[in-house]
Write a protein that binds this ligand. Sequence first.
Ligand code: NMX
Ligand code: MLT
Length: 435
Amino acid sequence: TKTLRERMKEVVPKEQERVKALLSKHGDKVLSQVTVKQAVSGMRSVKALICETSALDEHEGIRFRGLSVPEVQAKLPKPSVRGLKGEYVLIEGEIPTADEAKQLSEELASEPRCCVPKHVRQLIDDLPVHQHPMSQFSASVLALQSESKFARAYEEGVNKSQYWEYALEDALTLIARIPGVSSRIYRHCFRDGMMIKHDPSLDWSANWCHMSGYDGVEIYDLMRMYFAIHSDHEGGNVSAHACHLVGSALSDPYLSFAAGLCGLAGPLHGLANQESLRFIKKIQRKLGDRKPDKEFIQDFVVDLLSSGQVVPGFGHAVLRKTDPRYMIQREFALKYLPDDETFKVVSLLYEVVPDVLKNWKGGKVANPWPNLDAHSGCLLQHYGLVEDHFYTVLFGMGRALGVMSQYVVSRALGFPIERPKSVTTQAIEKQFDAK
Ligand code: NMX
Ligand code: MLT
C-alpha cells in the first residue's frame, strides 16, 4: 500500500506537465468576460479561478473530483473512513482503497502528529468563554503556526519544486490536530474545561465526537457525513477563496486556513448554520405548545423579510436548485429522527420558504431553495449538540479537508500570487460615458 505522499510523488509531475501543455495550447483563449455589473456585484459567475478538487454545477450541486455527493457516499471503502475522502479524493484525485484510507486514518490519529502543542492548549484555556468559538478556532490555528514546516523550509531557502511536499506535511499535521483543538474549544466553552483524551483506534470524525463527549454509532456516522459534505465547494466561496488568496502569497497552510476561517465566520457564509437554528428556535418559542403549520411559518418568514433580514439557510450565489448537501441531511433525518420536533419545523420551512422567496419583491432572490445550513443544526441538536454558536467551528473542521487539499494542489502546480486588477467607478464612467 502506497502512502498519500508516495502517490502524490507519482501524480504531481504528470499534473504539472498537463497544466503546462494546457497553457501552451489554450493560454490565449477567452474563458470568461466581465461586465461592469459583475465587477460591482461580487464577480458572480466570472470564471477566473482554478480549483482542481471540486466543481459546482448550479443545478446539480457539488462534484468532488467528478463524483456527486451520493456517488462519494456509495463508492468509499466503508463508513468509518468516509470523512477521510477529503485527503485522498480531494488531493490525489482517486478513491482510496480500504488499506490506503486506513493507513491515512491511522497516521492522522498517531502521536505526535495529532497532539496539540502545550502553548495552543494554554491559549484556548486562557481565552474568555464568551469569545465566539470561531474566533477561538482561528486564534488557535494561528498559534499552531509555530510548527509550520513550510514556513521553516521557505526561510531556509527550499527549492520551489519542493513547496508542495512541505505544504502536504503541514496540511496533514494541521488536519490531525483539528479534532483536539476544536473539542478543547467546545469543552472549554461548554463543559468547564474537562477534557477527554483522544482514542487512537478511532477515525478523525469519531475522535472529535469522542473528545467532545459524544459517543455512539449514529453520531459518529452523522459527523463523518457532516464533515465530508462541508469539505469542499469549489474555489470561489469565501472561505476557499480567502485561503487560496492568502496562500498565493506563500503564506503557510496555517496562516492561509486561519484566513479562510475568518471568512467562514461571516453570517452570509458559514455562520448561517448558527443563524438558521436560532431562527428555527425563535419560531418554536413563538409557537409555544401549538403545532407548527404552514400558515404560521409563512407569516413568520414574511415578518422576518419585512424587517430587512435574510432567511438564513436559503439562497445561494451559484446554486439554483435545492443543495444536494441539504438533501442528504434530510435523508438522514427521515431515517433516524423523523419525529423530531425541530425536524418538523425544518420540513415545513422547506415547503413554505421557496414560494415566499420566489414572490418576494418581484422575485429578486435568485435562488429560493435551501442550502446545507438550513438543515445541519437540526441534526446536531437532536444528538445533544445544542450550542449553536459552535456550529460554524464544525463547518470549519470539514472545510479544512477541502481548502488544505486545494492549498497542496496550488503549490504542486506552482500557481503564482493572485493579483487581479481593480478600477474606480469614476474610471468606468470615463471609459463608457463618452461611448
Ligand atoms: N433571504 C432574503 N433575501 C435574500 C435571500 C434570503 N435567503 N437570499 C438572497 N436574498 C436577497 C439578497 O439579499 C439580495 O437582496 P438586495 O438586492 O436587497 O441586496 C437579493 O436577494 C439578490 O441576491 P441573490 O443574487 O439571490 O444572492 P447573492 O448571490 O447575492 O447571495 C447568499 C447569496 C447566500 C449570500 C444569500 O442567498 C443569503 O444571504 N442567504 C441567507 C444566508 C445563507 O444562508 N448563507 C449561507 C450560504 C451557504 N454557505 O454556507 O455559505
Ligand atoms: C460553501 O459551501 O462554501 C457555500 O455553499 C457557499 C458557496 O459555495 O458560495
